[in-house]
Design a protein around this ligand. Structure first.
Ligand code: ADP
Length: 723
């Protein structure tokens, strides 16, 4: 383990393990077979890559897709690990070079497809090479009970027979107990160690809203994530085409992707997304499989997926690097109907299962409980905290009405009075007192429940009906989706149970603590500067930007602001190879920026104060620095000076100034007078008008010493708040 830990620091620049990684690596080191289930972003690859580096001989990694193999091999080479792949996309010459490296025992990891590994020639060759470990990635593909069975994975069953002394590790993000048992059986693993992580992704911020105006709702999310990578999913190809044209016309940087497009165009758009030439991809669910891009910061669903499994998989593409990512789902009752009709020609048994899954999905959308808890419950796990701080419910973005019981009783009683023979739209119209011809003809205006909810719009009442359906108080039956009151609905009618109904007005999106924590101490200006540098390096090398440095490394750099190589190595995600390759340019850029903005360098960051939260980790407590911030913010509110606050919170004045700027931004303060005098602020405003407000140095030079950098920073922050 000691050697593995050293390798982790040397090649990957990581000082600690993510949950279960250590145990998973230990079992490889001991030579025990294992099945490791970790959610996307849980760090599965390192579970086999790090031991592979220190084990004698070769490790073979079985992977189902060329794109996945390529991504991982590129990333390993970037870290300085000798790795290669053999697949059909390699030219003959390249293949030859891999075989030579294999023959000369120069490789530590070799990526192969399952069918190639078990082919006769390969087995013989590997027997001569000294194979010590086989890692099977996406191992759920072995099982017919998994969601992505691949017959070629079944052939891996012979491995134990042909390589009886080689340890096998199976790795997957999704495997129910049934699937795990099947993997062990199919692969003939010997008493495998089962390591099952939590399915929770605490860094994903789930938000669900009824779809009212698709384009407007999508644009609001895109505006929150300017310059960041994200995926917008649509149910149908037609929706992809419509939404893409609309967004492009509005000036958004997006490209479409769906199976109806020519293969060449699809590949071009996918590459543009991976290589960060475009921020957003608008796609059907055909997009995403095999995409390992670690810094997807948002996933938007413009329609409801057909199951929570699909939803988990699609949202799982966000935030693989463990940093926060927003997952917004805009649904409508109509999506339910769309799926139902799309599924109508399924076999009866399959249809039944699909409908159960669809109902769970719909209940998730309309339900009023914590989204993290709801997803975990579905997968048979629980969340051991009251408030996830990362969903619309726990963030308090959604408000519930106070008299839910009475309102629900009015709705249910109207359904009963309508003889349980009408749909949601009609029922809502009756409850709001509509003069619709049908209602008058049916004399439903004479019902005691007619007009009972006329204080609300028909749309709101229809929404509540759907929420009651989501909470299993109502069910829709038959071809016409006629509303029936369920057993639970009757309990509500009798007052024995109270449902939750959402208030009609939406509250604005809130910033999650997950976001605040992960940006803690990061200078956003420097982060942006480093991001541009990363993009230019990536372009020159022809690799995706996140392969050069992940967002975690970039934020940590902009937090620590290293001034030399030793400090640079302390940055999370910077190993020796990356330091050697990019150290010089990164240090120069950091130094330039810090000088121009009079920012402190070599900021000490203890592990307790770093904001990185592993995807499967324990809930992170508010860090020390955060407390310092809270304290500082309170003092700024009382208009105390930077010097006074710096002393109290025991931070350098430059750090305290940064807190002040954050405070100003957060509280939208536009009056800098407690910290910058009126005359100086006036000068800064004039200078900004003259030379622009994007470079402090230009303002500083323009004012020729009449304002210092601290005053300019504060002045600009206030100026931006007043627009
Ligand atoms: P998975 O295959 O489980 O989806 P990955 O192996 O792609 O996850 O890892 C997800 C991210 O976490 C990657 O960016 C990876 O570099 C990072 N990571 C893995 N292990 C660690 C660690 N011990 N410390 C910090 N980051 C890690």
């Amino acid at each position: 383990m000691e050697n593995i830990q050293k390798a982790l620091v040397k090649y990957w620049g990581y000082n600690d393990f993510l949950p279960l990684q250590k145990k998973a690596m230990e079992s490889v080191g001991r030579g025990t077979d294992s099945i490791v289930v970790l959610p996307t972003g849980g760090g599965k690859s390192l579970c086999y890559q790090a031991p592979a580096v220190v084990l004698p001989g070769l490790t073979v990694v079985v992977s189902p897709l060329i794109s996945l193999m390529k991504d991982q091999v590129d990333a390993l080479i970037e870290c300085g690990v000798s790795a290669a792949r053999i697949d059909s996309s390699l030219a003959v010459g390249e293949q030859q070079r891999v075989f030579e490296a294999l023959h000369n025992e120069q490789l530590k990891l070799l990526y192969l497809s399952p069918e190639r590994l078990v082919s006769n020639g390969f087995v013989e060759m590997l027997k001569k090479t000294g194979l010590s470990f086989i890692a099977i990635d996406e191992a759920h593909c072995v099982s017919m009970w998994g969601h992505d069975f691949r017959p070629e994975y079944r052939q891996l069953g012979v491995l134990k027979q042909v390589f009886p002394n080689v340890t096998i590790g199976a790795y997957t993000a999704t495997a129910t107990e049934h699937v795990r048992g099947d993997i062990a059986g199919q692969l003939h693993l010997e008493n495998p160690e089962m390591l099952i992580g939590s399915f929770d992704r605490p860094n994903l911020i789930y938000k669900v809203r009824r779809r009212t105006n698709r384009a407007k709702q999508v644009c609001a999310v895109l505006d929150r994530h300017k310059g960041e990578s994200g995926i917008v999913y649509c149910i149908r190809r037609r929706d992809v085409d419509d939404l893409s044209s609309l967004l492009r016309a509005k000036g958004y940087d997006i490209l479409p992707y769906h199976a109806g497009m020519a293969g060449e165009d699809r590949k071009k758009n996918q590459d543009a997304f991976i290589n960060e030439k475009v921020d957003t991809i608008v796609a059907t669910i055909a997009f995403g499989m095999g995409i390992d891009k670690s810094n997807v910061r948002y996933v938007i669903h413009t329609g409801m997926p057909k199951s929570l499994e699909h939803y988990q998989q699609e949202t799982g593409r966000a935030g693989r690097d463990g940093l926060e990512a927003e997952c917004c789902l805009f649904y409508s009752g109509g999506d339910y109907g769309t799926w139902k009709s799309l599924m109508s020609d399924m076999q009866p048994e399959a249809y039944k299962i699909a409908m159960v899954k669809l109902n769970h999905m719909y209940n998730y959308c309309t339900g009023g409980a914590c989204r993290h808890k709801a997803i975990l419950r579905y997968f048979g796990q629980t969340l051991d905290k009251d408030n996830c701080a990362a969903c619309d419910m726990c963030l308090g973005e959604m408000d519930f009405i106070d008299d839910a019981l009475k309102t629900a009783q009015k709705i249910l009683s109207c359904i009963v009075r309508l003889g349980q023979s009408f749909g949601g739209g009609y029922t809502a119209a009756v409850l709001t007192g509509s003069n619709d011809k049908r209602i008058l003809e049916n004399r439903h205006n004479a019902l005691s429940t007619y007009d009972l909810l006329s204080d609300y719009s028909q749309r709101t009442v229809h929404d509540w009906i759907e929420q009651l359906e989501g909470q299993a108080c109502i069910e829709k039956v038959g071809d016409y989706n006629v509303l029936n009151v369920t057993e639970k609905g009757w309990r509500v009618l009798k007052g024995n149970e109270t449902p939750r109904l959402l208030k009609p007005a939406e509250k604005p999106a809130k910033v999650s603590r997950v976001v605040e924590d992960s940006w803690e101490g990061v200078d956003k200006g420097l982060f942006e500067a480093l991001r541009k540098l990363r993009a230019s390096i990536a372009r020159k090398k022809g690799v995706p930007a996140y392969v050069v440095f992940g967002d975690v490394a970039l934020r940590d750099m902009a937090r620590r602001r290293p001034s030399n190589y030793v400090k640079l190595l302390e940055v999370r995600g910077v190993g020796e190879q990356k330091r050697r390759q990019y150290g010089e340019v990164v240090l120069a850029a950091t130094k330039d920026y810090c000088q121009a903005n009079s920012l402190e360098m070599d900021v000490g960051v203890t592990s307790e104060t770093t904001s990185f939260e592993p995807p499967t980790g324990e809930p992170k407590k508010r860090s020390k620095l955060s407390k310092a911030r809270q304290l500082a913010f309170g003092m700024f509110e009382r208009k105390l000076s930077i010097e006074e606050v710096a002393k109290s919170v025991e931070r350098a004045e430059s750090t305290t100034t940064q807190y002040l700027v954050e405070y100003i931004k957060r509280e939208k303060i536009n009056n800098p007078y407690p910290w910058v005098d009126e005359q100086t602020f006036g000068l800064i405003v004039d200078a900004a008008k003259e030379v622009g407000d994007d470079r402090m140095k230009s303002i500083f030079d323009f004012l020729n010493g009449k304002a210092n950098y601290t005053q300019i920073r504060i002045g600009l922050a206030c100026l931006r708040n007043s627009g």
